[in-house]
Design a protein around this ligand. Structure first.
Ligand SMILES: [Fe+2]
Ligand SMILES: [Fe+2]
Length: 255
């Protein structure tokens, strides 16, 4: 049996976050060291937003240098903490300035469709009618190609009020569900932003959020504010084989 195609997803590096707690640069370095130490060499990397906390060119330069260290193809998408123009410039992404960053990439056996869910100035995510039309058109160009749909804000309901307050807005979630219902080639929807592992479902497809490489959100269903816990950081390995994706979430052991 052929080895699976491996796409590693890392998220929410928050490089440039104010000091005092963990060092986000060191956390990212440790995460990429852990990816490099995997017994199987991944085929590609995906960074699912909040790469930087401050949107500075210096933060993106550091992230780019770290991602390139592994010598693998890598793909980035924006989160609410990112600055689209600075991210675009640092990673040579198509488009101009503050325009949304949407693209598709043929990874070989698997197609990646990256969707920009950022609503500038807000923590919650949005997909307006223009964005939904764009996703529909992108998916329609390769209806037979197994596809992973990636974004920063998850189309999920978590049951944790402060997390639900920052997910993809309900109307956008319903709109995306309608698009997915017409595109069975989308096998999984993956996101970041929640700084927790959460699995849900949209239009019959599993929706997964992966941990942050930096700090994790606390499991507390009565929480009124976004609180941090002491869960370990981690990353996901999406293994595509036999027409299916198995998503493994790998914690990163600290010292
Ligand atoms: Fe984040
Ligand atoms: Fe975020």
């Amino acid at each position: 049996m052929a080895a699976p195609f491996l796409l590693v997803q890392l998220s929410d590096f928050h490089v440039g976050a104010p000091g005092g707690g963990r060092d986000p640069r060191r956390c990212l370095r440790e995460a990429l060291d852990a990816v490099a130490a995997l017994p199987d060499r991944p085929d590609a990397l995906l960074a699912s937003g909040d790469l930087s906390d401050d949107g500075s060119p210096q933060s993106y330069a550091f992230v780019r240098e770290e991602l390139e260290r592994l010598g693998l193809p890598y793909f980035v998408l924006p989160g609410n903490h990112d600055d689209r123009a600075a991210l675009r410039q640092a990673f040579d992404l198509a488009g101009e300035g503050e325009e949304p960053i949407n693209y598709a990439a043929d990874l070989g056996p698997l197609r990646l469709v990256a969707v920009d869910t950022v609503l500038p100035g807000a923590d919650r995510g949005e997909l307006d009618d223009i964005a939904l039309t764009l996703i529909e058109a992108e998916l329609a160009t390769a209806p037979e190609q197994p596809t992973l749909l990636a974004m920063h804000h998850p189309p999920l309901h978590t049951g944790i009020p402060p997390l639900d307050g920052i997910c993809l807005e309900a109307g956008a979630r319903a709109g995306l569900a309608a698009v997915l219902s017409r595109h069975p080639q989308v096998l999984r929807v993956v996101a970041g932003h929640l700084h927790r592992i959460v699995v849900g479902e949209l239009a019959g497809r599993a929706v997964l959020t992966v941990p942050s490489t930096y700090v994790q959100a606390r499991l507390d269903f009565t929480a009124t504010d976004f609180g941090l816990g002491d869960d370990p950081p981690g990353f996901a390995v999406h293994a595509f084989a036999e027409g299916e994706i198995a998503s493994h979430v790998q914690p990163i052991r600290g010292e």
